[in-house]
Design a protein around this ligand. Structure first.
Ligand SMILES: [Zn+2]
Length: 449
C-alpha cells in the first residue's frame, strides 16, 4: 500500500509536466498575424498587412484604368492582431479572389436618368452625352437615302453627376447597347418552312438588319432548322424622328379589256409593263417604326405600258364574264377615286379584287355602312381592313399604309377608314378592293354605283 501512495502523485506530476511541455511547443509555433475584416465581416488571416494593401491598390488601379476616372474605396479593411498557428493563415495568392467581392469602390460618375430613374452610369458627362447621341442615332432607324430633319427623345432624359458604385459604370459601347436593346436575353428561333427574315423580324419586333448583324448572316437565305439568335429589342428610350428620303416606285400598268362577242376565250393582246416614278417623302418614325408617311413630290421616270386583253363574251366560257353579266346588286360607293389598274378576275382568274390607283396617304372610304371586323397585317395583302355590311356582304381593302378606324368600329358609307399604301405584295401605291358575298369573291364593278 505504501508503494501506491507514492506512484499516484508522480503520475499526476508527469501528466502536468507533459501538458506544460506540449503547450509550450504549440505556443511556440503560433505566430503573430492579422485578422482582416471588410465591412465588419471577417475575411481571412494574413501575416503581412502589406499584401492586402497591395491587392487593394491593384484593384483600384485596374478599376481606374477601366473607367478612366478616380476611384475611392468605400470600405477600408480593419486589422486585428491575433496569434494563430500556420495552418490558419491564408495563402497570399488566394487573397485577391477573397477580397474581390467585398470591396466597394466608389467613383464620381455621370448617371443617365430616364424619367427620373437612373439607368446607366458613364465616367463623365461628355461620355454620357456621347452615349445618348449614339443611342439616338441607332434608334432613329434611318434607311439608305434618308436624311434626318429632326430627332428628339420622348422621355425626360437627364444626366446627373453623382457618387456611385464603380461597378455601375459601363463603357460607352456597353451603355449604348443597354439603352438600345433593353436588358432582355436573346431567344433562340428555329427556322421553319416558309420563313423569311422579314417575317421573323416582324414577329419578334426587331429588324432584318439587326437579325443579320446578330447572327453574322451575309445573305437573307435561310436553311430549314437553322437556329437564329433573336434579341427582341425593348429600348429604354424612344426616339421620334422626322426623316426625308427619295425612292423609286413602280407605277402599276392598267388593263384595258376589249370585249369580243365573236370569241369565247380570254387572250392577252399586249403585255403590260410597270412604269417608274421618283417619290420624295417625309416619314415620322418612332424607334424606326413609321408612324406617319407623307409624299412630298412625285415625278414620273417612265410611263407604264397598258395591258390589253381580249375577253370573249360569246358564251360563259370565262367565269368572270358570266358573273359580270349578272344583275346589278349595287349599293356600294367607290372606296377611292382613281383609275382601275387591274380588274377582278385577271391574272388567270386569280385576281380576287380590283386595283384602284392612288397615292400613298390618299383616303380610303367605306363602300357602305357596316362594322369593322378586322384590321391587321396579312401576308401579301399587307395592311388589310374588312367591313361586314350584314346580309352576307363584306368588303375588304388591302395594301393600306395606315388604318383610320379600329376593329369593332361602326362606320358609315364614305367614312375614311384607311390610307392608300403599298404594304404586302404590291408594286406601287394602290388599293386592292374586294367584295365578298355569301362567302365568295364577286366582281366589285357589279356592286359599285
Ligand atoms: Zn389587287
Amino acid at each position: 500500500m505504501k508503494h501506491k501512495k507514492i506512484v499516484f502523485p508522480v503520475i499526476i506530476g508527469l501528466i502536468g509536466l507533459l501538458t506544460y511541455l506540449m503547450l509550450n511547443i504549440v505556443l511556440a509555433e503560433k505566430t503573430k498575424a492579422y485578422q482582416v475584416k471588410i465591412s465588419e465581416k471577417p475575411l481571412f488571416i494574413v501575416k503581412d498587412k502589406s499584401r492586402v494593401e497591395q491587392t487593394i491598390a491593384q484593384f483600384i488601379a485596374e478599376e481606374e484604368e477601366r473607367i478612366g476616372h478616380k476611384v475611392n474605396l468605400a470600405n477600408k479593411p480593419t486589422y486585428q492582431m491575433v496569434l494563430v498557428t500556420a495552418d490558419k493563415l491564408t495563402k497570399p495568392s488566394a487573397i485577391p479572389k477573397m477580397m474581390e467581392e467585398s470591396l466597394e469602390m466608389q467613383t464620381e460618375a455621370a448617371q443617365i436618368l430616364v424619367d427620373g430613374k437612373s439607368l446607366v452610369c458613364l465616367p463623365d458627362e461628355p461620355a454620357a452625352q456621347l452615349v445618348l447621341e449614339e443611342a439616338k442615332k441607332q434608334l432613329t432607324g434611318i434607311c439608305e437615302g434618308e436624311e434626318i430633319c429632326q430627332a428628339e427623345l420622348l422621355e425626360n432624359v437627364d444626366v446627373k453627376v453623382a457618387q456611385v458604385s464603380s461597378k455601375e459604370v459601363l463603357a460607352n459601347e456597353e451603355a449604348v447597347t443597354f439603352l438600345v436593346t433593353g436588358n432582355e436575353a436573346p431567344v433562340e428561333y428555329i427556322v421553319k418552312e416558309g420563313d423569311s427574315l422579314w417575317m421573323i423580324a416582324r414577329n419578334h419586333d426587331t429588324r432584318v438588319a439587326n437579325l443579320k448583324a446578330q447572327n453574322n448572316l451575309t445573305s437573307e437565305n435561310l436553311q430549314l432548322g437553322q437556329v437564329l439568335k433573336i434579341s427582341s429589342s425593348n429600348p429604354y428610350i424612344t426616339v421620334s424622328a422626322v426623316v426625308e428620303g427619295c425612292k423609286t416606285e413602280a407605277i402599276p400598268y392598267s388593263t384595258k379589256i376589249i370585249k369580243d362577242a365573236s370569241v369565247t376565250t380570254f387572250k392577252e393582246k399586249q403585255k403590260g409593263q410597270n412604269g417608274e416614278k421618283k417619290v420624295t417623302y417625309r416619314l415620322t418614325k418612332e424607334n424606326g417604326k413609321v408612324i406617319e408617311n407623307k409624299v412630298l413630290e412625285e415625278s414620273v421616270i417612265s410611263q407604264p405600258v397598258e395591258r390589253i386583253v381580249v375577253e370573249g363574251t360569246r358564251s360563259s366560257g370565262y367565269a368572270m364574264t358570266a358573273s359580270r353579266s349578272g344583275s346589278f346588286v349595287g349599293g356600294l360607293s367607290w372606296p377611292l377615286r382613281g383609275a382601275i389598274t387591274s380588274h377582278y378576275g385577271t391574272r388567270g382568274g386569280k385576281h380576287t379584287g380590283m386595283d384602284i390607283n392612288g397615292n400613298t396617304g390618299d383616303p380610303i372610304r367605306a363602300a357602305k355602312g357596316g362594322t369593322v371586323t378586322s384590321a391587321s397585317r396579312a401576308g401579301g395583302y399587307g395592311l388589310i381592313i374588312t367591313i361586314n355590311h350584314g346580309d352576307g356582304l363584306q368588303t375588304r381593302y388591302a395594301h393600306c399604309s395606315k388604318f383610320e378606324v379600329s376593329v369593332g368600329a361602326k362606320v358609315s358609307a364614305g367614312q375614311i377608314i384607311a390610307r392608300v399604301g403599298s404594304t404586302g405584295n404590291s408594286t406601287g401605291s394602290h388599293l386592292h378592293f374586294e367584295v365578298i358575298q355569301g362567302g365568295s369573291y364577286r366582281n366589285p364593278l357589279n356592286y359599285l354605283r
